[in-house]
Design a protein around this ligand. Structure first.
Ligand SMILES: *Cc1c(COP(=O)(O)O)cnc(C)c1O
Length: 472
């Protein structure tokens, strides 16, 4: 009885005091919230003791499951030394060790000498990613990248590069700079009067090509449109920002092969910086350590967050090229300094967690062991594609989306208000799985380390839930 009262007190307090992100609070007030109390492996336990399989990696961040001893221990032992000091005018041990490891990792995976399939001829001109700028989350890592790119051109004496290029359906976070380069109308349109100038290139959304093309006959016409923008406005553009291989929050939109390499090539040709936002794709999600390596692409700036600490602590890194870094060097009085930083920049606990994660990637051969699971996921996606109301299935490695449609033939979508993605998620919840959809797209993104049995169970439940929600 005591316990039941305590649970109700928590539920009430939540409704009284918390304003949840991306949540219509009027609806929330009418529902009973799930309050998580514990986590183990790929499961979450609520205050009533019910377990849920974590189908979206606690919003795309979790890599090794919950309660992973090595990460817990790394954080605990760092607590015994120091929990936080600043990087403004000081340094700290885990931040240094991690920066060195990140630079090594990025260079190993994205160096000009690694054999990317495409782009061999560009190798000599490839940027050398060598400097880590820390912040706390994906959005801030993008803010840092945008400001860096803008100020870089000032230092180079190229005035008037005040605009950016980004893609429709792109998502780079919720702070205003990140929203400026965002391309999801329902999230971003409201804020339009506040935003700086960006040119929006077509999304490589083959299932619903905005140019009316069909892949591969289209010969990547979307790249042609991008080139038109660069030809017309190249001189006012500081940088292009892209989610490599897959536009995640936009609906798990995968780009056709060659698109990313084509974008890199155009950025180089028109002399603008390329920012790769690997916040979602980084740290193994697409089956390789970074998505860019799949097309032999090296960006000028790379944004990392989400999986960097295995989903245990907030941390982000913006990795910049040596060329960009050098442009900011000058005498104190020249004011070439990058005037940007956050209170918790380079937090030692978060960096210690990230170091433990990088160790685990090697020790547990996460990427090798992921390949079989990606195949299992793909087999299941093909089966789901046969369901009556599944219009499209797509994945980049271990990031997958199932797009639900009212009618397969015409690709007619469900109305936003029908909440079809959510109806699937609620069915899954009844079956002990936690999901969070993106509109009509069911997102499948479990922790990379999920066991094959749990993965198979997760996929069965998702399939059943889609079937149940769309035919009732
Ligand atoms: C999630 C995400 C962000 C924003 O990260 P936050 O930590 O939520 O601020 C930025 N870019 C991409 C590609 C993302 O998926």
């Amino acid at each position: 009885m005591r316990k039941a009262e305590e649970n109700r007190r928590l539920e009430e307090l939540d409704k009284q005091c918390i304003w949840h992100p991306f949540t219509q609070m009027k609806e929330w007030q009418e529902e009973t919230p799930i309050v998580i109390a514990e986590g183990r492996d790929c499961f979450l336990k609520d205050i009533y003791g019910r377990w849920y399989l974590d189908g979206v990696s606690s919003l795309w961040v979790n890599v090794f499951g919950h309660g992973k001893k090595e990460i817990d221990d790394a954080i605990k032992s760092q607590i015994d030394r120091i929990s936080h000091s600043t990087l403004l005018g000081l340094s700290n041990v885990p931040a240094i060790e991690l920066a060195a490891q990140l630079v090594r990792l990025v260079q190993r995976h994205l160096s000009p000498s690694s054999d990317g399939a495409e782009g061999a001829t560009e190798k000599r001109a490839m940027p050398l990613l060598s400097k880590v700028f820390y912040s706390d989350n994906g959005s801030t890592s993008v803010e840092v990248a945008l400001k860096m790119a803008f100020q870089y051109w000032k230092h180079k004496g190229a005035a008037g590069r005040n605009a950016f290029v980004s893609f429709r359906h792109g998502y780079h976070g919720d702070t205003i700079g990140a929203v400026s380069v965002g391309g999801i109308d329902i999230f971003h349109k409201t804020f339009e009067p506040l935003l700086f100038k960006t040119y929006k290139a077509p999304s490589p959304y083959c299932y619903r090509c905005e140019l009316g093309g069909t892949h591969p006959d289209c010969m990547l016409g979307c790249l042609g449109e991008l080139e038109n923008i660069l030809r017309a406005h190249g001189g006012e553009i500081a940088a292009l920002i892209i989610e490599p291989l897959i536009q995640a929050a936009g609906g798990m939109i995968t780009s056709p092969r060659g698109f990313l390499a084509g974008v890199r090539k155009l950025c180089t040709e028109y002399g603008i910086l390329m920012i790769a936002d690997e916040v979602a794709t980084g740290f193994g999600r697409t089956g390789t350590m970074f998505a860019c390596e799949r097309e032999g692409v090296v960006p000028d700036i790379m944004c990392l967050s989400k999986g960097i600490t295995g989903g245990y602590m907030p941390l982000a890194a913006t990795v910049a090229s040596e060329e960009i870094y050098r442009a900011f060097l000058g005498d104190f009085s020249e004011l070439k300094t990058f005037f940007h930083g956050h209170s918790y920049t380079g937090n030692p606990l978060a960096c210690a967690a990230a170091l433990a994660c990088l160790d685990l990637f090697e020790k547990e051969r996460i990427l090798e062991r992921l390949q079989g699971k990606i195949r299992l996921l793909e087999e299941n996606l093909r089966r789901m594609a046969e369901l009556e109301h599944v219009g499209d299935v797509r994945n980049a490695g271990f990031m997958a989306g199932v797009e639900l449609v009212r009618e397969k033939e015409t690709k007619e979508p469900y109305e936003w208000a029908e909440k079809m993605g959510w109806r699937v998620a609620y069915r899954a919840r009844e079956r002990g799985v936690f999901m969070r959809p993106l509109g009509n797209v069911v997102v499948i993104m479990p922790p990379l380390a999920i066991g094959e049995e749990n993965l198979a169970r997760l996929l069965d439940i998702i399939r059943e839930s889609i079937q149940a929600a769309t035919t009732s």
